[in-house]
Design a protein around this ligand. Structure first.
Ligand SMILES: Nc1ncnc2c1ncn2[C@@H]1O[C@H](CO)[C@H]2OP(=O)(O)O[C@H]21
Length: 619
């Protein structure tokens, strides 16, 4: 959001009036709006219905963030500007921290717990720099550790992206935290023993009451086994969320937890993106609440959605389980109010509710930005370093519905790297193709000087490159799968981009464009034809692709290991896998070649058509 909120006077969090104003302004959605700004919310607590009202009702507050993805400042490293979007959200744990500290001051830090649901150490050049350029395994401090220690979290769950840089980086990060990293379903490959702390029990001790023990359990989407196979295979296994919680929740209860909160890096939709590749559900938070008895609330992550408050009824107990998901990148903070009452000598949850707070009205917490300022400056110099020039601007804005030079550049560099690497091998004579997805519509390489940040923006994921062998029939099947991204269209337009894309909520990152290196791979995607037979006129070097033709295809590790459930790729022979990051390949290519000239690699090779005639798509 705009600057006006970032330079708020320093007493904002110290004065109770301004603190209340901040919280009142920030509250969005959920049930707790009426209670905003009240100290111990005694009135709300008394009004809360409680069975067997034989004890005092105590309100616990659980604050949550998720999917911070390496964001501390409200800063877009790819644009080199303050972060902004259509809704004027603000990002970064520094702003979330101000909300967290304001709520703690309102309700009392002694009755407040702060947790995170994972995906912390990947996602920005800030995170990348401390994984790869000045790695924390070499002794530097991770900015997310410095920032989160300043916030004072009680625990954080591991997200799938915590595994992106391998176990050594993750262990180094874990050591730098002053709170535990939890993951009950990350277990040792051989023994099945927990690879990380499965839970932590926090004791809330208030004057004149018996201590309340709050168990926090961490769970991660088991997709890590697919997406980060190269980092975890033979080392860490990922049992299903529900399956493992059925084992762990009773143990957590037996260990003394009165209240059980799950920090669950898994969405609430009940769906998976991996088809049958794993026997577990990717987004299992709601199923977890429904099927596993004994859980009181779930802080949901992974799906990057905004869920102020959702209740799921547990089938076995009939109890309402509270779910809340605070969007992503620190844009929101979840505030859960959990009312507990002593019933027959046992603390029990009698009422729960949740509210989200929008961090865009908060100032950045100077304690957090201060701890990360030097790292932020270093990374700004790094990403703004000039590595070459580009003869024509290349924008990815339209790349999900038309052939663009930006995606051609990715495919060219990938295919070129694979071709060079397989020289002298039996596959060297095969034509090389490459796939790339329009991950980031905002990516744009300008004409003139090109910086690391320009190139890095084209490839936001930390994928590595592989080369696999596919037949002509498999190439066709792959493109048919990719074409499922489009909605049916029986006219030639003009049609709006949003009305022909993202069919069945398929995300942009699951639409792949395929291109050839030494000759063009050309095809039409006919949206008037049924799914499964939309690819028309598939040809390589102008000759129709035969079913039994063979190609080497440059592909990212996410796709090759089953991400997006594309056919043929998981079992295809691998001819190249040097574990080199695609983003780094792009940066290295630009650095070595100094000039990016789209006329040397870009051409229009595929188009959207309806009954054979090109469709005009408007942005
Ligand atoms: N190429 C990719 N590399 C790594 N992660 C990816 C890629 N494309 C999508 N994702 C992530 O996979 C998840 C859905 O399957 C989804 O959750 P995420 O981890 O937030 O980012 C997305």
């Amino acid at each position: 959001m705009s600057n006006e909120h970032t330079s708020t006077s320093p007493d904002l969090l110290g004065s109770s009036t301004t603190r209340r104003q901040l919280l009142a302004l920030a509250a969005v959605g959920g049930a707790g709006l009426a209670a905003v700004g009240t100290a111990s919310t005694a009135a709300a607590v008394q009004a809360a219905p409680g069975p067997g009202t034989n004890g005092e009702v105590v309100r616990l507050t659980v604050l949550g963030t998720t999917d911070l993805h390496g964001n501390v400042y409200n800063w877009d490293y790819f644009k080199n500007a303050e972060y902004d979007d259509k809704a004027h959200n603000d990002i970064g744990v520094a702003k979330a921290s101000s909300i967290i500290k304001a709520i703690r001051a309102e309700v009392g830090a002694e009755r407040t717990l702060t947790i995170d649901a994972g995906d912390t150490i990947q996602g920005t050049p800030l995170a990348y720099y401390y994984a790869k350029i000045d790695p924390i395994t070499g002794g530097s401090t991770h900015p997310m550790a410095a920032a989160m220690n300043q916030v004072g979290y009680d625990a954080a769950a591991l997200g799938n992206h915590e595994y992106n840089y391998g176990l050594d980086t993750l262990r180094a990060f874990e050591k730098q935290l002053r709170f535990p990293l939890l993951s009950a379903n990350s277990v040792d490959w051989n023994t099945g023993a927990p690879a990380f702390k499965p839970w932590v029990i926090k004791t809330v001790k208030l004057p004149d009451t018996k201590a309340i023990k709050v168990g926090i359990l961490g769970l991660v989407t088991p997709g890590v086994a697919i997406w980060d196979k190269a980092n975890v295979e033979g080392k860490v296994k990922f049992p299903g969320i529900v399956e493992q919680a059925k084992v762990m929740v009773p143990r957590l209860k037996a260990a003394g937890a009165d209240v059980v909160i799950v920090a669950c890096h898994s969405g609430d939709s009940g769906k998976s993106s991996w088809g049958d590749s794993l026997p577990y559900v990717e987004n299992a938070s709601a199923i977890l609440a429904q099927e596993v008895p004994g859980i009181d609330a779930v802080l949901v992550g992974h799906a990057h959605l905004e869920i102020p408050q959702r209740y799921v009824t547990n089938t076995a107990t009939g109890k309402q389980v509270l779910l809340s998901e605070p969007y992503y990148w620190g844009m929101r903070v979840t505030r859960m109010s959990i009312d507990v009452q002593k019933i027959r000598g046992q603390w029990q949850v009698v009422h729960s509710e949740a509210t989200l707070y929008n961090a865009n009205v908060a100032p950045e917490d100077p304690a957090v930005t201060g701890a990360v300022a030097a790292a932020h400056q270093k990374v700004l110099s790094y990403v703004n370093g000039v590595i070459g020039t580009c003869t024509q601007a290349m924008s990815a804005a339209t790349s999900r519905y038309e052939d663009t030079a930006a995606i051609d550049f990715i495919n060219y560099v990938q295919a070129d790297a694979v071709k060079k690497a397989i020289a002298g091998t039996p596959e060297a004579s095969l034509p090389v193709l490459s796939i790339a997805a329009p991950f980031n519509k905002l990516a744009a390489i300008p004409a003139g000087q090109v910086t690391i940040r320009d190139v890095a923006g084209l490839y936001i994921y930390d994928n590595t490159l592989l080369g696999i062998v596919l037949t002509g029939a498999q190439v066709k099947a792959y493109l048919e799968k990719s074409a499922e991204y489009f909605q049916p269209c029986t006219s030639t337009g003009p049609v709006a981009a949003d009305s022909v894309t993202n069919a069945n909520a398929t995300p942009d990152y699951n639409y792949d464009v395929m291109g050839g290196l030494d000759a063009d791979l050309t095809y039409d995607i006919d949206l008037a034809r049924p799914v499964g037979s939309r690819i028309v006129g598939l040809a390589y070097a102008g000759t129709p692709v035969a079913s039994d033709a063979r190609f080497v295809v440059a592909i990212n590790n996410y796709r090759q290991s089953g991400g997006g459930n594309f056919p043929g790729v998981v079992t295809a022979p691998v001819v190249y896998n040097r574990q080199i990051e695609i983003r780094q390949l792009l940066i290295d290519w630009a650095t070595a070649n100094k000039v990016i000239d789209p006329t040397t690699f870009a051409s229009i090779d595929w188009r959207l058509v309806s009954n054979g005639s090109p469709i005009t798509v408007t942005p």
